[in-house]
Design a protein around this ligand. Structure first.
Ligand SMILES: Nc1ncnc2c1ncn2[C@@H]1O[C@H](COP(=O)(O)OP(=O)(O)OP(=O)(O)O)[C@@H](O)[C@H]1O
Length: 479
């Protein structure tokens, strides 16, 4: 709460109903904030002209106009106030419009006071932001917005115009609660974008929970998302938190959102709209305090048209869109990407960073790389593992090519020596991972425990070996 900081936060309340105004004022005063109030836009503008506030809470409908006008005015003047708009219950359009116009968050009427306090506290939470000039939050200053956010953006390599635009957009949308949909082909760096949004946001200190929506068996979805009380279904021996609870105060990253079954889409929509979730077997509801970032490689508009994705959920998730371009549209990033990826691989494997000759970079640039940065990473990984000498050689045979498998038929023979040790080892590793994942119901944490490795290690290996979990591709039966 801001009362703990040197000066109390200043809040402006704009509502034409005197009773509500008083209720909000009293609630905010009790939280230790300084409060001013206005009954219409004209008075609000006067107060805003005279001084600065930390937060502006405005009703949508006011006698002399819409709360949105206030929002547009503040944005045009690049003011730093964070705006919370109050909309009538069920008016999704207004809420989405307000978020698109730059509102920090919205509340639906009748306002739940607990939620009201939580949303205002979240808007005020970051005292540094209060003294920061709005210019510091503009895209070009993105790396100075927060130290960890800066690091996370720096991890995102590439000076091409499209990548610079992606970084600028991240810095611009990071503040606020508007849901973001990250679109892009497989392996383009969507998760990296989601992490950067989190790291640049006021929620950076909170958890970042990443969920692969396509990898969870349908029967477990509700428990995984909303949690479950002990004994609520067969085998549940203790209370378990859902993703919504685990991400409280942070960001919930819903990867491959296009793979979420329709029944679960409705439940997710309800959770977002009502900001409450009920764990299975519980009589109580938990308040939702997460920012949602989702990602997909699918064309969700086409999915909506084919009735595979709910239009209302799409509308809710796609308030802000970030498109991550495929590697073929930013070839100029390749040398820098190779360098960064090699440095990372060397650090992770403890091997020396090998030199990449210009001719290999040229070869890479001519290679189609449909799997984008992930494919590049896999190619380099393989190259490092097989490398002899100082200069790296890249083998362009596809890493998931079934050919090596055929070539090693009969490999159980005692005198068998593989032609390509790394490919052979990769295939063995892959088989074991796929089998363990399948036996653990595709729960990566359980599979990691079974193989005595960390979640990070198993995720890394799943990525490296391009193992697709169910839902990644309905035709793919491999994992
Ligand atoms: N611009 C970049 N700079 C450095 N590394 C990157 C960049 N983009 C992606 N990567 C790396 O490439 C790999 C794939 O990225 P990421 O998992 O974010 O992609 P994705 O689009 O979410 O993939 P998928 O669609 O398969 O889920 C990761 O190891 C990531 O760190």
């Amino acid at each position: 709460m801001s009362a703990a900081t040197a000066s109390p936060a200043q809040v402006l309340v704009v509502d034409d109903e005197p009773d509500l105004r008083t209720l909000y004022e009293l609630t905010l005063l009790r939280e230790g904030y300084r409060v001013e109030s206005a009954a219409d836009l004209a008075r609000a503008r006067e107060l805003l002209q005279a001084r600065r506030f930390d937060v502006v809470i405005s009703d949508m409908r006011l006698p002399d106009g819409l709360g949105l006008e206030l929002l547009h005015g503040l944005a045009a003047q690049q003011r730093a106030e964070r705006c919370i708009v109050m909309t009538a219950y069920g008016s999704t359009e207004n809420a989405v419009e307000a978020l698109k116009a730059g509102a920090f968050d919205y509340l639906t009427k009748p306002v739940d006071l607990k939620q009201f306090r939580a949303v205002v506290a979240s808007a005020i939470q970051d005292p540094a932001a209060r003294s920061r000039s709005p210019a510091a939050l503009r895209p070009q200053a993105a790396t100075s917005a927060s130290p960890s956010g800066g690091q996370s953006l720096q991890r995102m390599v590439g000076q091409s115009t499209p990548m610079q635009q992606v970084r600028e957009r991240i810095a611009k949308v990071a503040r606020g609660m508007a849901p973001v949909l990250v679109r892009g082909e497989s392996g383009t760096g969507k998760e990296l974008v989601a992490r950067a949004i989190h790291d640049c946001s006021h929620r950076a200190e909170g958890p970042f929970v990443a969920v692969n929506c396509g990898a969870i068996p349908e029967t477990l979805l509700e428990a995984e998302f909303f949690g479950a009380r002990k004994g609520s279904y067969t085998g549940s021996t203790h209370d378990r938190e859902g993703y919504f609870q685990a991400a409280r105060g942070g960001t919930l990253f819903l990867d491959e959102i296009g793979d979420l079954p329709l029944a679960m889409q409705s439940k997710l929509l309800r959770a977002i709209q009502e900001r409450r979730v009920r764990p299975i077997g519980s009589t109580q509801e938990d308040t939702v305090d997460v920012r949602i970032v989702s990602a997909t490689h699918k064309d969700l508009v086409a999915e909506v048209q084919a009735n595979r994705f709910r239009q209302d959920l799409f509308y809710r998730l796609n308030v802000i869109e970030i498109l991550v371009p495929p590697l073929r549209e930013r070839r100029e990033d390749l040398p820098e990407l190779c360098e960064a990826l090699l440095a990372r691989i060397a650090q992770e494997t403890g091997m020396a960073v090998p030199r990449l000759s210009e001719s290999v970079v040229r070869q890479l640039a001519a290679h189609p790389l449909p799997g984008n940065v992930r494919e590049l990473e896999n190619l380099l990984h393989r190259a490092v593992a097989l490398n002899e000498g100082d200069t790296l050689q890249v083998d362009f045979a596809p890493t998931t090519d079934p050919a090596p498998l055929a070539a090693i038929e009969g490999d159980r023979a005692p005198d068998f020596i593989p032609d390509d040790l790394q490919a052979w080892l990769d295939e063995r590793e892959r088989e074991i991972l796929v089998r363990t994942l399948r036996e653990c119901g595709y729960n990566r944490t359980a599979a990691a425990q079974r193989l005595r490795m960390s979640l990070r290690q198993i995720r890394y290996r799943i990525d490296r070996l391009a193992i697709s979990l169910p839902g990644d591709d309905p035709n793919d039966e491999r994992a």
